[in-house]
Design a binder for this molecule. Structure first.
Ligand code: MFK
Length: 564
């Protein structure tokens, strides 16, 4: 009998083994700050393969349950979550996963510290990063728009590192009429003394066990459409733990993110506070979802790195045709391309994180603010697609084992699939990029920023890639200039390719800058290989949309030209 058993993949310390993260932090942080936070990152890098990993797996295996009635028939709408999910909440507070971003002990660089921890935490956390993302976004929206008394009441809880005081938040935007277009929101807010009462149905409410939520509603008599919406704050339960005018209709049965309770709710006179003045609800909640979109991208790169770490380790163990996979050139080629994809995504995300920190402290230049505005939808849309593709490839690197539940691998792909859907789909974010280009003139400054970064590349090893990227910037510039002659329809048809092109070219400029820093500082040539390969393979081609191209797209999309 054959007594062979395959050796499973093993994860090492997720901070210590992550060359890309460590190099980035060395590049960006003053050495005193790095020395201070390194032990903490090392410790978290170990926890995410030990206790946090186990809790994440337990939480995935014990999804939440909705208990509508107590044994005596009384409506209670209890959502029972696993002990593991509760412990992840406690760990998130203790690890200061939100607090670091708001204590701002390292000024603008605090966001880099915080997101480095979130990036390590995410892949083991059963997506506890979802409530954290919304909590961080709610803290930011309250910081910007709430009156002093609401801020004083809620903000310290959202940013607390004490599990006994820490609150998480939900973000309820989606109704049955749709999540991309919120103009049909039918939740009505009626004034009741100093607060409001909300009535309506919310169709997707993630992390429904959170203490508070931020939501959109139309104040009685306000205009139709999205312009008539206002932003509201509500607390889900009263002092006794009873839901405040909220009925849980059911929990969603989802493809992934199974540890995370996502509910359909009916609001019946639910008490709520108006955040800021009436109106401008979408604009105000955009301060929240612009944060959750950065989280989404950070979680995408966290997942990419995890999938690669597993596939890379397995390649040193799995033997096929007489050799380990790591000796097969085609397999190496596959892993190499995945590593390049991940590194490009990593730099896009952490550059946005760096700018976010500066922007929040009013330390960003006009150019940096414009770049952040455009980069936020770009990183969200681009890294989500990369993560799904890369994780799918990583599963294939395990052969049949990648398709088997208890290896823990399918869970990665299922969970990653949500990244391109929630917080705005790829197309909605491509249109948001257009919004940033038109409303905030962001493209001009974005292109200038790339040109400036590229003009500072002077290592001869990087010249070819520098020239290729400069050429790509020129193509983008020409395309963007030509948009002034295009109808809105044509601009929209081209929005996704433009968004991808901007993201890919911006990534090239960052990879080149990082490669130059590495050559000059520690003589490491690996980033040169990464940048070179990215510039060889991943710079964009742009289609110019004509009337006949548009007609062809319609025929192809509907697979019908009247012929058959
Ligand atoms: C692991 C990480 C986890 C992440 C957490 C996941 C939790 C899941 C919870 C959810 O999924 S919640 C649902 C998420 N839903 C969305 O993200 C909405 C997607 N749809 C859009 O983003 C639409 O573009 C949008 C709803 C914003 C369209 O609304 P409108 O009202 O038709 O847009 P309009 O009129 O262009 O913009 C209204 C104002 O907001 C304008 O400002 P002004 O009033 O000054 O003109 C816009 O400039 C501003 N605005 C819109 N998007 C903005 C923005 N400002 C800054 N940044 C943006 N992104």
């Amino acid at each position: 009998m054959n007594d062979f058993f395959q050796t499973p993949p093993r994860l090492g310390n997720q901070y210590d083994e992550d060359r890309v993260l460590k190099t980035y932090l060395e590049w960006k942080l003053p050495s005193s700050m790095l020395m201070e936070i390194q032990p903490e990152l090392y410790r978290l890098g170990q926890r995410v393969i030990e206790d946090i990993y186990k809790l994440g797996q337990e939480a995935e295996a014990s999804p939440p349950k909705h208990i509508p009635y107590d044994p005596w028939g009384k409506r209670i709408d209890h959502i029972e979550v696993s002990q593991a999910w509760k412990k992840l909440d406690k760990i998130a507070a203790e690890e200061q996963l939100i607090a670091i971003g708001y204590e701002r002990r390292h000024g603008a660089l605090s966001r880099i510290h915080q997101f480095a921890k979130l990036y390590l935490f995410h892949p083991s956390s059963a997506i506890y990063t979802c409530p954290l993302a919304m909590t961080d976004g709610a803290a930011r929206a309250l910081e910007l728009y709430a009156d002093e008394s609401l801020k004083k009441h809620a903000f310290p809880h959202l940013t607390s590192s004490d599990p006994a005081h820490f609150w998480t938040s939900g973000q309820w935007m989606t109704e049955r009429t749709g999540g991309s277009d919120v103009s049909g929101t039918s939740t009505i807010a009626k004034r009741d003394g100093s607060h409001y009462r909300l009535n309506g149905v919310k169709w997707f409410t993630s992390a429904t066990t959170s203490k508070i939520a931020m939501t959109l509603a139309r104040i009685e008599g306000a205009p139709e459409g999205s312009k008539g919406l206002s932003l509201f704050y509500l607390e889900l339960r009263d002092q006794m733990g009873k839901l405040n005018g909220i009925h849980i209709n059911r929990l969603k049965d989802k493809l992934g993110t199974r540890a995370l309770p996502t509910a359909e709710l009916t609001l019946e006179d639910a008490p709520a506070l108006l955040v800021g003045k009436a109106g401008d609800g979408v604009k105000k909640i955009s301060s929240l979802f612009n944060i959750t979109r950065v989280y989404n991208a950070c979680c995408a790169v966290g997942y990419m790195r995890r999938a690669l770490a597993l596939a890379r380790d397995y390649a040193t163990k799995r033997v096929a045709f007489g050799h380990t996979l790591s000796k097969h050139v085609l397999h190496l080629e596959t892993l190499a391309n995945m590593q390049v994809e991940f590194t490009a995504a990593f730099h896009l995300v952490f550059h946005a994180v760096e700018l976010l920190g500066k922007d929040e402290l009013n330390e960003a230049t006009e150019m940096e603010r414009a770049v952040l505005r455009l980069l936020t939808p770009l990183i969200k849309l681009y890294t989500a697609k990369q993560a799904i593709a890369l994780i799918s490839e990583a599963l294939e690197a395990f052969g049949g084992a990648g398709y088997i539940e208890d290896t823990g691998l399918p869970q990665l792909l299922r969970n990653a699939q949500v990244l391109s859907i929630w917080e705005g789909t790829t197309n909605i974010l491509s249109l948001d990029a257009l919004r940033a280009i038109h409303k905030e003139n962001a493209a001009v400054l974005f292109l200038e920023d790339m040109q400036k970064r590229l003009s500072q590349i002077n290592n001869k090893e990087l010249t070819q890639s520098q020239i290729k990227t400069q050429y790509a910037v020129q193509k983008l510039k020409k395309y963007i200039q030509s948009m002034s002659q295009m109808s809105d329809e044509k601009q929209q048809a081209g929005a996704r390719q433009l968004a991808f092109g901007l993201a890919q070219t911006y990534a090239a400029s960052l990879l080149l800058e990082q490669a130059q820093w590495s050559l000059n500082n520690n003589k490491d040539t690996l980033p040169v290989m990464t940048a070179t390969r990215w510039c060889e393979k991943s710079l964009p081609e742009l289609v110019h949309f004509s009337e006949s191209y548009k007609k062809e797209s319609q025929i192809l999309a509907m697979d019908y030209n009247g012929f058959h």
